[in-house]
Design a protein around this ligand. Structure first.
Ligand SMILES: Nc1ncnc2c1ncn2[C@@H]1O[C@H](COP(=O)(O)OP(=O)(O)OP(=O)(O)O)[C@@H](O)[C@H]1O
Length: 274
């Protein structure tokens, strides 16, 4: 495991697998507030990678900069050896992205949306139809193929967004909170698709607050807090001697005292005296 803003290049994962993503000294400020404070990170290829951190840690800001959706103040990101900002076409053909607060074309049906995205990606029409049909089937959306996206539920939106991100068979998939607002059945479906995808050698990088999920799904993790990487590496190493990833996480982000803060609320109890 590497701790505290580890040097990209020398760290875990790079020895046995090439890096899918290399981040060098990445910075982003919003006004006076530093959201991302000089991150260095090498994310190994072919892994299921979790980016975890408390609210406001900088996960979305980092993923947005890594995927070319937000311009950094300083630093570089390379994907498959291509600079995200200097070589965007090469990068965008290799990645799929399910961003937070995904905006979809609401007045298209799910089937039309996938056809449109597939054509934008330059795939032939019959190939788009084949892949879209299979993805809708696997994600249990076949029955909603002709329904307008505006009428989709939160979970259905996540699934159609995932289908759109996978349609061109990217090497690396970035997902910002893919399981948020998703029921357990849909979560299991998404999980199955992602496991199959990484099983073929592709890389998944996703952000989450849910440690149990990360622990059960990921084999590699980066822990972020206050705009910095606190630890990164294979999940067993980041967990160390802690009983669970959740305990290791609370220790790493220094949240132990806040986790116990409820003890101060001695007036809170519903039926008791005011
Ligand atoms: N557009 C913005 N303008 C100003 N401040 C922002 C903006 N986006 C994010 N921030 C701030 O930057 C910090 C990092 O936010 P970010 O959304 O990257 O964190 P996060 O780890 O994804 O949080 P969460 O888990 O709550 O989604 C926060 O303090 C947030 O308030």
């Amino acid at each position: 495991m590497t701790t505290e803003s580890s040097g990209a290049g020398e760290q875990a994962g790079t020895a046995e697998a090439p890096a899918a993503v290399r981040i060098h000294s990445l910075w982003k400020k919003y006004g006076d507030h530093t959201a991302v404070a000089g991150i260095d990170l090498a994310l190994p290829a072919g892994r299921f990678i979790g980016l975890v951190g408390p609210n406001g840690a900088g996960k979305t800001t980092t993923l947005s900069m890594v995927t070319g959706l937000l311009r950094p103040d300083a630093g570089q990101v390379e994907i498959g050896g291509h600079d995200v900002w200097r070589d965007p076409v090469a990068v965008k053909s290799r990645i799929g992205v399910l961003p937070e607060g995904l905006r979809l074309f609401e007045r298209l049906s799910g089937g039309e949306l996938l056809s449109y995205i597939g054509r934008l990606r330059g795939l032939p029409g019959d190939e788009v139809d084949k892949r879209a049909g299979q993805l809708l089937d696997v994600l249990d959306l076949s029955g909603a193929r002709n329904k307008l996206v505006v009428d989709y539920s939160t979970g259905m939106r996540k699934k159609i967004g995932l289908a759109a991100a996978l349609l061109h068979n990217p090497e690396i998939l970035f997902l910002d909170e893919p399981f948020e607002g998703v029921d357990p059945v849909s979560a299991q479906t998404i999980r199955g698709v992602l496991e199959r995808y990484t099983g073929s050698g592709a890389t998944v990088i996703f952000s989450s607050h849910v440690m149990e999920l990360v622990e059960s799904l990921c084999d590699w993790v980066a822990v972020m807090a206050g705009g910095k990487i606190r630890a990164d590496g294979p999940i067993g190493e980041v967990r160390g001697d802690a009983p669970s990833l959740q305990d290791a996480f609370l220790e790493l982000v220094g949240a132990g005292s806040r986790a116990r803060a409820g003890q101060d609320l001695d007036w809170l109890g519903g039926g008791g005296a005011r």
